[in-house]
Ligand binder design. Sequence first.
Ligand SMILES: NC(=O)c1ccc[n+]([C@@H]2O[C@H](COP(=O)([O-])OP(=O)(O)OC[C@H]3O[C@@H](n4cnc5c(N)ncnc54)[C@H](O)[C@@H]3O)[C@@H](O)[C@H]2O)c1
Length: 674
Amino acid sequence: MLSNKDISKAMRIKLDSELPQHPEFDDKYRRAPKRQVKLTDREIKLALKNALRYVPEENHEKLAPEFLEELITMGRIYGYRYRPEGRIYGKPIDEYKGKCIEGKAVQVMIDNNLDFDIALYPYELVTYGETGQVCQNWMQYRLIKKYLQELTQDQTLVVMSGHPLGLFKSNKKSPRVILTNGLMVGMFDNPDDWGKAAAMGVSSYGQMTAGGWMYIGPQGIVHGTFNTLLNAGRMKLGVEKDGDIRGHLFVSSGLGGMSGAQAKAVEIANGVGIIAEVDKSRIKTRLEQGWVSKSTDSIKEAFEIAEKYIEKKEPISIAYEGNIVDLLEYALNNNKKIELLSDQTSCHVPYDGGYCPQGLTFEDRTKLLKNDKEEFKKHVDESLIKHFKLIKKMVDKGTYFFDYGNSFMRAVFDAGAKEISKNGKDTSEGFIFPSYVDDIMGPMLFDYGYGPFRWVCLSGKSEDLKKTDKAAMEIINPERRGQDRDNYVWIRDAEKNKLVVGTQARILYQDALGRRDIALKFNKMVRNGEIGPVMLGRDHHDTGGTDSPYRETSNIKDGSNITADMAIHCFAGNAARGMSLVALHNGGGVGISKAINGGFGMVLDGSERVDEILKKSIPWDVMVGVARRNWARCENSISTVAEYNEEFKEEDHITMPYVADDNLIENAFKEYKK
Ligand SMILES: NC(=O)c1ccc[n+]([C@@H]2O[C@H](COP(=O)([O-])OP(=O)(O)OC[C@H]3O[C@@H](n4cnc5c(N)ncnc54)[C@H](O)[C@@H]3O)[C@@H](O)[C@H]2O)c1
């Protein structure tokens, strides 16, 4: 075995031997609760040994007890000492060191994900969704940055669950970064085994754009929420095809990382919203950002304000400081009509603090979670079941409830209310309420290829963002479809709606060719010196990147919703076509083993090389999803594919399904049964 001295000599890129000072933590920032995992003594020792792998030997003695203390008190070794002092944020690209533009651009994105204004638990490297981390610990953060500074245009950095495995030779048309998060071997693909792996420092929960380094603050989800609310109104409340939800009430919960988008979206859609939130600090953040307009701790007052604005047909968002279950109970007991209802508590991790049970304040919840997890779980289960029963009563009275991709219905089922599943036994046939993808996003957006395309102006200049907004707007034909009109209105008003938190970023739902044309136009603008370089990307919550049977692929009805071939192909195809960064994750918004999701980052440097990559990769990234949806007989995808096959006659070709008549199937089956 080589000595540690020899090992250190054999590495060029490594952490410095000088031990950083333990940084001061500002208690104005939220801290992650203790992650509860039962490790054996052997596993605890392994976790410690694993964390010390990053650190030169001379510091082991000092750090061993410190890391052990972190593991015992926080359930993870974050290596707090290695967190750089002060504020981390996405700076203008020129302020980063690096040997290629992609290496610098990725650093901007990572730092943006850790910005105090953006990240949910910045000291624990959690960007959003309660557990979604940029990487596992601060040693990895430092090392990844060192690698990105060394990365050249002929190399690829490989990152496995936050661990930078190394730089490997590739070529100019290869991805500069390939990363994965939380992938597990089938028989261990469950939250408990994953939890142990994470505590031992060998796996990371990347959520979607947290570990994919493409988060752009709550703006990322506002556009999708805006689209969802508009289309829910059109489907269920008799709103005109191109109308908005003025004069209508939407109620939900959560003003956290993504859920924080709800209040803003309802106002942009001209509706009235009451959003319950148990954590006052999150309400404060959203008020300061102007993402919610009013706040009250009185349910009565919340409804009074809402009713006033409904009558005036003017938009308003109201944060109710308290539990959603209390709010719903009040509404039922006082005959308050809720037209659109959802929930965005972090139900993908209800027992880890994602769901605050009725009867406990936020502070009580944190204490109980720390001191008695079993008791906490009991409270969560009781509250979820009550929550479900209240929703059911409301739905019976005409409320339209939809699951907002947070695994709410699954959590209710796991809590013991089996009747939330369609067959009352298991979840194989889905649930009694629709998910927003099932009813709205799937058929109205994903099946056409519309999805959460986004970009970051790496110069950090707001003028660049203004120019890109205008350029993107010019690409959209608002007369083509209702969806195009919504997207046009969105980008036209984006600046006015003050959506930027963190870097100069924008989200814009677009279909395959819309994304391609915008990307090419931006690259040309970079080439002409009109704007600085741009990072393109998307949320993993999209047409093509994600296989998630309860969410993104919940409207796939041919039985293939339990497979993950599409997400893997999307990732591999993006790598093959030369996207700058490609990511593949387990879990996402619904929890370990419940989804495989991936995303990309593409740096626009103005070059013709990038034009070529964009022409091939952007349509692929979307059309792999549309093609799969078409094969699953999703109607709107079939017509989208027919148009695509015609337009790309000479280049691409997608297999289409012959659709068998239901009566014919029934008759054939009857004959067989005889
Ligand atoms: N909006 C979307 O399109 C979308 C997309 C993907 C995932 N999700 C899912 O939505 C969920 C929320 O995501 P997030 O990033 O906002 O998480 P988050 O943890 O930052 O926010 C959830 C918020 O809910 C609050 N909360 C918990 N229990 C409550 C209760 N009983 N009453 C009132 N408030 C309560 C918490 O205090 C927290 O602020 C996650 O499960 C995420 O995976 C949403």
